[in-house]
Write a protein that binds this ligand. Structure first.
Ligand code: ADP
Length: 396
């Protein structure tokens, strides 16, 4: 009855999923919201699918971890804390230090904190979550799984920017990418679905959620990826701009008398689908408005599709081959309309979508027609399971 818990701590949230290992069955999941803010609340799903909600002040992450563990016992999801033998923490930035998941000791924790510079909103919170768990369950296998590790295989030509080389050596100014756990997980599943060794495949994986990124996965290794020094780069996202001309940033800062931090907030939180459409960051709302004839909503959809098509084209050219493309995450898994549009735009590759399976099929599947030039797949991502699987590697 060994269980592993996957933790994703944000600045005011703590999401978790509890797995029975090595069976990989999900036993429970949930989330603490508004930690340290008025209106804190906790939601937990029990193994029989019941949802339990608790509203009470939760002042910090340690209190959140305590509440979570207490409820696991109280709701009889576990009989004792001894059943939890491992915890995997999602960490956003691993820099060039962490090329793989790693056991957490004091030095690793310090390194994660020091990497805060690369992900100010995330690494600090990730470290707080790690400390809170260590305090409550000090003796279990505790592993950090980094969003950036999978992309540490990028060749130099793909991770270096065309700026003075010293900025890379002195300050680590390079592409690190993100969503690595997801891209790695879905590329492994894609190889299984295709019935071919991952080492032989050239894949393009598209993690299209509120945050969105595209990765060229060559022989199971990340070869190029759309996010950059931070997750701001790449394709248009819910509220992030994706790629823009860097000189536009200083131009707008001057014009609008904005500080670099204010400009960064605009590019991260007010741009993307929200910025273009003026409607919402959520594609579902934008689709509705588009159907009502809203031009800016239509434009947001068109720009999103076009961005994706451009990346697919350039990654196909870079790899010299594509065996399959994979849709995953909120939009990739749920929006058949978006998959249909992207498929239709990939005429150069002779992509043909099976409209019925695309719209009515469920779960992991091929959505391409028999005579399609490339295989097209939908593969639901499961970052928490991927994290739990990493923890298993380190259990004695
Ligand atoms: P996050 O990056 O926050 O993990 P998700 O992967 O959960 O995001 O994706 C959330 C996004 O997925 C929503 O903002 C919404 O735009 C999109 N989405 C979810 N379901 C649908 C749907 N049926 N149709 C279109 N978009 C959807």
């Amino acid at each position: 009855m060994e269980k592993t818990i996957a933790i994703n701590a944000g600045s005011s949230t703590l999401k978790f999923k509890l797995f029975e290992m090595p069976e990989e069955t999900t036993i429970s999941s949930g989330q603490v919201d508004r930690i340290g803010i008025e209106g804190s609340n906790f939601v937990i799903k029990t193994p029989d699918g019941k949802k339990v909600e608790i509203d009470k002040p939760i002042k910090d992450h340690e209190e959140a971890v305590n509440l979570l563990l207490e409820q696991l016992l109280k709701l009889k999801i576990i009989k004792s804390y001894d059943e939890i033998t491992g915890v995997g923490h999602r960490v956003v930035a691993g820099g060039e230090i962490f090329t793989d998941a790693t056991l957490i000791d004091d030095k690793v924790l310090q390194q994660i904190e020091a990497l805060k510079e690369y992900a100010p909103l995330h690494n600090g919170a990730n470290a707080v979550g790690i400390k809170a768990f260590k305090k409550v369950l000090p003796n279990i296998t505790s592993v950090a799984v980094f969003d950036t590790s999978f992309h540490q295989t990028l060749p130099e030509k793909n991770y270096l920017y065309s700026i003075p080389y010293e900025y890379y050596t002195d300050y680590g100014a390079r592409k690190y990418g993100a969503h690595g756990t997801s891209h790695q997980y879905v590329s492994k599943r894609a190889a299984k679905l295709m019935g071919r060794p991952l080492e032989e495949l050239d894949l393009i994986t598209m993690h299209l959620g509120a945050g969105a990124s595209i990765t060229a996965v060559k022989g199971g290794k990340s070869f190029d990826t759309s996010m950059g020094f931070t997750p701001l780069a790449g394709i248009t996202m819910a509220t992030r701009s994706g790629d823009i001309d860097a000189s536009l940033v200083s131009f707008l800062e001057r014009k609008l008398e904005l500080s670099p931090d204010e400009m960064s907030t605009i590019l991260n939180n007010k741009s993307g689908l929200l910025g273009i459409s003026g409607v919402s960051p959520d594609l579902r709302d934008i689709e509705d408005e588009k159907d009502n004839g809203n031009h800016r909503a239509e434009l947001a959809v068109d720009i999103f599709v076009n961005n994706i098509v451009k990346y697919i084209g350039s990654y196909a050219a870079e790899m010299g081959n594509v065996d399959g493309i994979v849709f995953t995450a909120g939009i990739g898994e749920n929006s058949w309309k978006m998959r249909k549009r992207i498929g239709a735009a990939l005429k150069l590759f002779n992509v043909k979508i099976d409209l019925d399976v695309n719209q009515n099929g469920k779960g992991e599947r091929f959505i391409n027609a028999e005579d399609s030039g490339i295989k097209v797949m939908v593969i639901p991502t499961n970052e928490e399971l991927a994290i739990a699987q990493q923890v298993e590697r380190f259990k004695k």
